[in-house]
Design a binder for this molecule. Structure first.
Ligand code: ADP
Ligand code: MG
Ligand code: MG
Length: 208
């Protein structure tokens, strides 16, 4: 993985988020404050504007810079959470010159753990973590078994979709929806949706 790959993945993520405007926007309107799509779009555009600055950097430094950029551009609850994810991923990758798929899986896991720490949240609270935690666990397991990248990508897409669907019948105990009680049941979480969209976008690039 190098900064070219990162810029390529960032462009794929941006296109996928823009293509899912309607779903992401309506989910946060149903049980949040309706700004999640705007926040995601702002973050994606900010990364696109620094692609030339990212190009000469190592993967680790590019991820760290992405995190810092997101911290200063996306508002809301999700901004600092995504920022922690990328900064933590960058920190872990720093220790490996050429990252293997196992290194990337471990870095992804540490990014997810950083979100858990920052948001003081666990699985089952109807947040983005209900997608990210099972994806991180499965990714680590499959990378550890030396599965081919395309096989891993196919499985992770399914795990992400199942994680998203799992948020439907959960009560929200973190974030804005936590004040809604039973009213949140039956709705998917917006942050879980955007994570599913992003994971699908990255996996689709690996499968292409
Ligand atoms: P805000 O809620 O401030 O308007 P966004 O709409 O951008 O921010 O993001 C909302 C999403 O952030 C939620 O759908 C949820 O997935 C995620 N989220 C909120 N609080 C937490 C938390 N403490 N831990 C993990 N994810 C969270
Ligand atoms: Mg919101
Ligand atoms: Mg908001």
């Amino acid at each position: 993985m190098n900064s070219d790959t990162i810029n390529h993945m960032a462009a794929a993520i941006r296109a996928a988020i823009l293509a899912h405007e309607a779903d992401i926007e309506s989910l946060d309107r149903e049980i949040g404050d309706g700004d999640h799509y705007i926040n995601m779009k702002r973050g994606c555009e900010a990364i696109a504007t620094i692609s030339a600055e990212l190009a000469p950097l190592s993967a680790a430094d590019a991820l760290n810079k992405i995190g810092m950029k997101l911290l200063s551009t996306i508002g809301g609850a999700s901004g600092p959470l995504f920022a922690s994810f990328f900064m933590s991923m960058g920190k872990i990758l720093k220790t490996t010159e050429t990252a293997t798929i196992q290194d990337i899986a471990l870095a992804f896991e540490s990014g997810v753990q950083a979100i858990m720490q920052r948001g003081k949240a666990q699985a089952g609270e109807k947040t983005m973590l209900d997608v990210l935690i099972p994806v991180a666990d499965t990714f680590k397991q499959l990378a550890g078994q030396d599965k081919p990248a395309k096989e891993i990508a196919t499985i992770l897409k399914t795990v992400a979709s199942e994680g998203l669907e799992s948020t439907r019948n959960l009560l929200a105990t973190k974030g804005r929806a936590s004040g809604l009680g039973e009213r949140a049941i039956g709705h998917l979480d917006a942050g879980a949706k955007s994570c599913e969209v992003m994971i699908h976008a990255v996996c689709d690039q690996i499968l292409a």
